[in-house]
Structure formats: C-alpha cells, structure tokens
Design a protein around this ligand. Structure first.
Ligand code: M6R
Length: 611
C-alpha cells in the first residue's frame, strides 16, 4: 500500500505533490510526508506529519517549503508505529531522500550490516535501509544515482515502488518498480511519478506504466527506462481525466455517492455486452471464444469483497453454466497443494487490480496448467489485467471509499454475463438466454427503486448504534451477501458482525442471541424461503431482535420481535445484487450514527499492495 508522488518542474511542485497525496489517501492515511529540494545549495527540506494529508498540508504551510524537485508519500504502516519519525520520506544524512511502497523482507539483515558499517538508524521502518544503501554506494562520488539504485536493488528481497532524490544530482528522480505499481506522468518541460495516475490527473493525462523490474531516470525534459540492464521504450498511454470521480459532489461521503452511482455503473457495465435478447460474446475480445470453448471447470481467487463476489458467482456458474467451480481466498490459495483439473479456467476478481495477494495468486496460477487466466477488474491499466490472458472490465469508475460498494455489484453483473456465455456451451437454449438477458436489463431500474429505501433504513440504523455485536444470516446464494453485509458493517462502524448460513444457527451461534444482538437476515422470494423463515423463528423464540430485508411479494410483516424492510420484488437471478444495496445503506448510516470516518476507516487502506 502507501501512495507515492514525485515531481520535477520549473515551477514550485509542493502544491502538486500535496494534491497528489490527497488523491492517493485511499492507499493509506496513517501519516504523510514531503521532501522538497530547494535553494542554491539544493537543500532537502523534509516535512512530515502523523494522520491524514491535511495534517501535512498544515505543516507544510507553516514551513512555506518550496522547490522544483520533490517526492511525497502517504503511509499505511507495516513496520513501525505511526510516528513522525517512521513517516516517509526517509533520509540518509542530508543528501538522499526516498519514498517507498512495499515491504523489504530482508531489512533486518541489511540494517545489521549497515549499523556495523557505522550508519545510525532513526526509524523502525524497513525502508530506511534503502536510503543508507544508496548513500553507501554513492559516497565515493564515482557512482551515479541511477547506477547506485540499480546496484542496491539487487540486495533487496520483497516488494518496492521506489523514488529517490539526491542533492548531488538535483536534476533527476530515480524510480524503480518490483511488486508495487509506478507510473511516469509525462508533462511538457516537466515530468512526474506516482503509484497511480489518479494522483497526477491535475497535471497530465499522459502516462507510462513501468513494468516489473523497470528502473527509470526522470528529468525535466525527458526520462529513460532500463530493464534487465538494457534501455527500453515503453508506450505512452493517454487517460481521460477522472476528476469528477474524485469529487464527492452533493454527497457527504464517497461511499454514499458510490452507493447511489450503482444504477448508472451497472448500466455502463451492461452496455455493449448485452443486446436485445442475447449476450454479445464479441465484447469479450477475440481470444475469448477459443478459451471459453475449452472450459470444463472454473477456479476463482480473490480477497475481501471481491471474494464474496466470487462466492456468489460459484452458485451461478454451477446453476446456469453447469460448471464445477472452486473458490479460494487469494492469500491462502498458493500455499495449498492445488490440483488443477484439465480444462480449468483461472479467474481473479479485484476492484483495484493491484491487491498483492491476488496478483501473487495469478502469477502462481500462470505457471500451472490452467487453460487461461481471466481477470474481472475495475482498472484497465492494472497489473492484474496486464498479466492475465483475458479480462472482463467492470465499469464502476473510480471507487474511492475504502468500503467497496459499486465495485461489488458490477463484479456480480459481469459474472452473470460470463455465466450466460459459458452456459451456451453447456446447453443453455436461446429462449432461456433471452429470459436471463431480459431480467438482467431490468437491474439498473431495480437498484434505483431499492435506493429509495434509504430513509427507512436510516431510521432503523439507530437501533444498531449502541450495539457491540451483530449477526447476518442468509441461505444459499444469499449467504455470501450476508457475509458482504457483515464485512461492510464491521469495516466502517467497528461493530463486530458475523455472517452465518441461516441453517447453521442451531449448530452454535444461536447461543449468542439475546436482545443486545441484532440479527439481520436477507429474505428474497426463492426456494429456500420457508427454510429461512423457520430458522428466523428460532431467533424470535429466544428473544432475539430480527431485522429482515424481505422481498415485498412475500408479505412478511413487522411485529414486536421483527422489523421488516420490504425490498422491491426482483427475479431470482438478480436477488443477490439487489439485496446487497440495503445492507450497504444500513452500514453507512450506522457508521454515521457512530461518527466514524466512513471513507477512511481506521487501520485500513483502499488498495492492499502488501502480502
Ligand atoms: O481491490 P480488490 O478488490 O482486490 O480489494 C480486495 C479487498 O481488499 C477489498 O475488497 C476490501 O475487502 C474492501 N475494503 C471491502 O470493502
């Protein structure tokens, strides 16, 4: 995680760097810092603050620091507490400043050696070793900054996106990438670097994506990239400004804005992929048909909310496409003895496309005998998309709230389309496809209707504010939706929330039920409804307080022990997507009641680029 920005220009870059950091706060917000080179003697001014970027902005305003070359960082702590000392940039003496995203796994060995060589460490971080290694390599005055970086990265084990400045080389920033994303932002007579183009959309729309193992020297007028000892050329990609995505508009929080964007982004995700009564298979790209024809089973890998999307998809792949499907948590997948059945398609799911565990799983899978790798992802330029054979993009737009909302519902939308395309090969008839596509096209309208429940849910949320624990229940395909609801609530309101398949209640969790434990259930009108109702009555019988989101067609009524919120009637196939929305709204308002930082929940970051 952590966000990096760097700039070299003929104007003051402090404002550019601070604005870039604000846009990167989704990558971490424990502390932030900026190192600016200025004055005739190229002094490096290092300003740091604990907390969000606004704290750094205030600190930088006091020092009035200005300069034409600088690097900046927003931190998600891995090694060492969230103190000013541990905030980046880290320096070696007064000459070298670096910012780093990633983890140096062998830092202790390197640090012990550097201490023996006389270096004094001022932080608890893994990063500080890099600054001293560069200093040690350069101190003879014979090695250029670029060559020093090339040399020392051979000693590093782990992951890094790295930016280095040195007052003895005041005309350049040197950057290196291995395991953590980095882009060069190309300007006119000025250049920039960042861990995400979003940080630089205020100054350029032209970007060069560095590849794994690239090292670059970035100057005022030009930049050069090396890979494996050779100079290489990388294409410049023009990206349209995402400024409106980065604004909250009329909403108080990005999360609320993103919840309300769902009808539009689901429509965007469907556009060009369904037409009339069928799915347009051509929309998956020319390589897709050859791969889809060979699929006999599916392996899905993901983390967090994206994992829940994969869990729902397993039901669809089995019921619609009649394909066996396995799903694993990405951080565990490559540590078990996997057995790849012939004809298995490997699918990763990720909003960011930079989640380290998911990326590592993909790299592992690419060496196995899967027929192909496919990523379902929201960022077209991400590492995951670039390293997969096929991709199906969700069109959710930039998701800024740490709690994932619109990314999830668009992932589910894409999975439904994929299940239909694969089902054609396993006997789905055109009439059945037409029915599914017709239902799918109703989804944006149904979500719009569901959003109208907001005021009712807001009132109901007050009953959760003083609670410490909660249970979420669902059956079958709704169990992952209950899990997603529980994840949202714990993530932003810090209320402990656990999800169970409702049939499991009697096997243990029922012991927890009392009047202080709200029990939330999702009850669409499906085959398992009567079973679910029987499970819920065991909660009421024990004095538990139920909150049931029920399809309006069931006729479920509120009573003393049960508050019912009627969800618009929807086709079975769409229920997991529709029933997600009220749970998102519930967690949002509970967090508001509790006064937590909804878009930046404690201890978390949007993009988890460490293992
Ligand atoms: O970018 P990804 O979808 O790969 O991220 C995976 C998880 O880190 C993410 O879904 C996380 O669980 C969210 N904060 C949940 O709201």
């Amino acid at each position: 995680m952590c966000g990096i920005v760097g700039a070299i220009a003929e104007r003051n870059v402090t404002g550019i760097l601070l604005e870039g950091l604000k846009r990167l706060e989704y990558r971490g917000y424990d502390s932030a810092g900026v190192a600016i080179m200025s004055g005739a003697n190229n002094k490096i001014h290092n300003v740091k603050a604990v907390g969000k970027v606004n704290k750094l902005v205030a600190a930088a305003a006091k020092t009035k620091v200005k300069g034409r070359l600088g690097i900046a960082h927003t931190r998600w702590a891995t090694h060492g507490k969230t103190t000013v000392a541990n905030a980046h940039p880290h320096m070696s003496g007064t000459d070298i400043a670096i910012v780093h995203n990633g983890i140096i796994e062998n830092f202790e060995v390197l640090r012990d050696k550097l201490i023996k060589d006389g270096y004094v460490f001022k932080t608890e971080t893994d990063t500080e070793v890099i600054a001293h290694l560069i200093h040690q390599t350069r101190k003879s005055g014979k090695v250029s900054l670029l060559n020093a970086v090339k040399k020392i990265i051979k000693k590093l084990q782990g992951a890094y996106g790295l930016c280095v400045i040195d007052r003895n080389s005041p005309d350049q920033i040197v950057v290196a990438r291995s395991g953590s994303p980095l882009v060069i932002g190309v300007g006119i007579g000025e250049n920039f670097v960042a861990s995400d183009p979003l940080a630089l959309s205020q100054v350029t729309d032209r970007f060069v994506y560095l590849e794994e193992g690239d090292i670059a020297q970035v100057g005022l007028e030009s930049f050069e990239i090396w890979h494996g000892g050779k100079k290489v050329k990388r294409a410049i990609t023009t990206i349209q400004s995402t400024a409106s995505d980065a604004e909250k508009g009329k909403y108080k929080h990005f999360m609320l804005k993103e919840i309300h964007e769902q009808p539009k982004v689901i429509q965007d995700t469907l556009d060009g992929r369904i037409s009339g009564n069928k799915v347009l298979e051509e929309a998956f790209g020319i390589k897709a048909k050859g791969v889809f024809d060979k699929v006999k089973s599916v392996q899905i890998v993901a983390c967090g909310t994206s994992f829940h999307a994969g869990q729902v998809a397993k039901y669809w792949l089995e019921s619609i496409a009649k394909l066996p499907c396995q799903i694993d948590i990405a951080s565990d997948y490559r540590y078990r003895d996997i057995i790849v059945q012939p004809g298995t398609l490997f699918i990763t799911v990720s909003q960011s496309g930079e989640t380290a565990d998911t990326l590592a799983a993909l790299r592992f899978a690419n060496k196995q005998s899967y027929i192909a790798s496919l990523s379902i992802c929201n960022v077209a330029t991400s590492s995951l998309v670039r390293e997969s054979d096929l991709c199906l993009l969700t069109k959710a737009g930039q998701e800024i709230g740490v709690a994932s909302t619109k990314a999830f519902t668009t992932q589910l939308t894409v999975f439904l389309i994929l299940a239909i395309v694969l089902a054609r090969r396993t006997g789905l008839k055109p009439a059945q496809e037409a029915k599914l596509v017709k239902e799918l096209s109703k989804l944006p309208g149904l979500i719009t209707k569901t959003l109208k429940l907001s005021n009712n849910i807001k009132k109901l949320s007050q009953q959760f504010t003083d609670k410490n624990h909660s249970l979420f229940l669902g059956r079958g395909i709704q169990y992952p939706i209950a899990k997603e609801g529980a994840l949202k609530l714990k993530e932003i309101s810090y209320i402990h929330a656990e999800a169970y398949p409702a049939g499991e209640l009697k096997h243990g969790p029922l012991a927890l039920v009392d009047d202080q434990m709200p029990v939330v259930a999702v009850a669409p009108n499906n085959d398992l409804l009567s079973k679910l109702q029987a499970n819920l009555s065991t909660v009421s019988a024990r004095g538990g307080k139920l909150f049931v989101f029920a399809d309006e067609s069931i006729g479920y009524k509120s009573d003393k022990s049960c508050k019912v919120i009627h969800v618009p009637n929807c086709p079975d196939i769409l229920a997991p997507i529709v029933f997600t929305v009220p749970l998102q709204i519930l967690s949002y308002y509970v967090a508001i009641n509790k006064g937590t930082d909804v878009d930046h929940p404690r201890n978390l970051a949007k993009s988890v680029t460490v293992e």
